[in-house]
Design a protein around this ligand. Structure first.
Ligand code: ADP
Ligand code: MG
Ligand code: MG
Length: 207
């Protein structure tokens, strides 16, 4: 994963959030406060703007910048959660341009940050339900000798499956948990935006 690709990833995420903002907002209207699309769109568009005038020396610096920008530009729960994830991923990297295994370790640090902050586990109907299976698939593909492009493609599919699998779940974290059983039957907005983030990664690393 090099700096140019990482930039393209953030750009692709911003485009996806813009394209899907209405859907994310509709999902959040059903079980939250109808701002997830706007939150994610604002955060990633601010990240792209911040990167326009930033010349990082490493992928880690770039991801840390994205994380800080998300934290300062998104008001909702997703800002600190995604912001901490990108920041932790950035700080976990020790080489300027990580290979696929190091990049996986950084993504894992991102998930750990989300869970340290939000205390969600698999099945709580959150970001974790897309993020965790994505990393499992990523790791499995690398373990089987696959490269970054294949690992990212498998991760994107697993994240999307994970997001769909939140539909029958009852939310146990975040605003949706206030609804109790009424949160059942709706796809989680945060798991859906996580799937978009992995889809954007798969798109840019696929030659
Ligand atoms: P808010 O709920 O503050 O309006 P957003 O609408 O931007 O923030 O984000 C809502 C999403 O945040 C939820 O769909 C869920 O996936 C995620 N979320 C909320 N709380 C947690 C948590 N404790 N751990 C992980 N993800 C969470
Ligand atoms: Mg919301
Ligand atoms: Mg909100």
């Amino acid at each position: 994963m090099d700096i140019a690709l990482t930039r393209q990833w953030v750009q692709a995420v911003a485009e996806a959030m813009d394209e899907h903002k209405d859907r994310l907002t509709q999902l959040d209207a059903a079980i939250g406060d109808a701002d997830h699309g706007a939150n994610m769109n604002r955060g990633f568009s601010a990240a792209v703007t911040a990167l326009d005038t930033f010349e990082p020396e490493s992928v880690g610096q770039l991801l840390t910048k994205v994380g800080n920008t998300l934290i300062s530009s998104i008001g909702g729960a997703s800002g600190p959660l995604y912001g901490s994830a990108f920041r932790a991923a950035g700080k976990a990297l020790t080489t300027p341009e990580p290979d696929a295994a190091e990049f996986l370790a950084a993504l894992r640090a991102g998930l750990a940050a989300i869970q340290a902050m939000g205390a969600a586990v698999l099945g709580d109907k959150t970001i974790v339900d897309a993020y965790a299976p994505a990393l499992d698939a990523f790791a499995e593909e690398l373990g089987a000798g696959g490269d970054l492009a294949h690992a990212a493609a498998r991760a994107a599919k697993a994240a999307d499956d994970g997001a769909h699998a939140t539909i029958p779940l009852q939310a146990r974290k975040g605003r949706a948990s206030y609804l109790g059983p009424r949160s059942i039957g709706h796809q989680d907005p945060g798991a859906t935006s996580t799937a978009l983030i992995f889809e954007a990664l798969a798109k840019v690393v696929n030659p």
